[in-house]
Design a binder for this molecule. Structure first.
Ligand code: UDP
Ligand code: MG
Length: 222
């Protein structure tokens, strides 16, 4: 298989404390993969600012000015929520162009060193690679309980969502093209990509503490 052009997409809501260090670290990861010829040199990062009211967008704009080829972004005029930001990220990179895209959070809780494993799975012919967290040690008791209730309820209703898959996921260009055929605007991506029927594999990863700031989900949104 040809060396793929990789995009990383990051939803960001009021992430002024993390966004710069996260982009710096992810640019290092991209550079390393480029040096080793695992991804192409025009691989890039695509941020979606989900209506932040802090300095997140100013920081992203500065990063883009310094690294115009590496850092691209769009901003929502208001906060639409993490799923809408993820969907916009996937639609954005489909327009710009890539062979595959990985979504990852702005706080870098998901282990960026696993990115290479996702790309390897893609090169082995998988269109979807789902990141599965090794444990939920970093979650509060409230989060653990609501997550368990959520998976149980969804499975009872017939939606087979892989347990402990956050939105750390690779999807291929082909999967993005299939997604673009759906007119549904409120897709629940964890269920959607799992049910598509495209060749899927899994990468286990360690969850870290949030790099800075606090969770952007409140009990009501959970
Ligand atoms: N996020 C977003 N819009 C929101 C809430 C969160 O784009 O309304 C982003 C957030 O900036 C982060 C990701 O979604 O990149 C996951 O959020 P967070 O880390 O706060 O969630 P947790 O790890 O606490 O589940
Ligand atoms: Mg987080």
């Amino acid at each position: 298989m040809q060396t793929p052009k990789l995009a990383l997409t990051i939803p960001c809501f009021n992430e002024e404390l993390c966004v710069e260090s996260t982009c710096t670290r992810l640019m290092e990861v991209l550079d390393d993969l480029i040096q080793r010829n695992i991804i192409t040199a025009d691989s890039y990062i695509y941020l979606v600012d989900d209506g932040s009211c802090d300095k997140t967008w100013d920081i992203i704009s500065d990063l883009h000015d310094k690294h115009p080829q590496k850092i691209k972004a769009q901003k929502f005029i208001k906060n639409f929520g993490n799923q809408k930001a993820l969907i916009a990220g996937l639609e954005g990179v489909r327009k710009i162009g890539c062979d595959c895209v990985i979504s990852i959070d702005a706080d870098l809780q998901q282990d960026e060193n696993s990115i290479e494993k996702f790309v390897k799975e893609y090169q082995n012919g998988n269109d979807i690679v789902l990141g599965i967290r090794n444990d939920r040690k970093t979650d509060s008791l409230f989060k653990k309980t609501t997550a368990l209730m959520f998976y149980k309820l969804m499975n009872l209703l017939g939606a087979k969502i892989p347990v402990n898959h956050s939105d750390f996921r690779l999807v291929s260009r082909k999967a993005l093209d299939v997604m673009s055929l759906y007119s549904e605007k409120a897709l629940f991506l964890r269920g959607f990509f799992h049910e598509l029927g495209l060749k899927t594999s899994y990468v286990k990863f360690d969850v870290k503490q949030r790099s800075a700031g606090c969770s952007k989900f409140n009990p009501a949104s959970l």
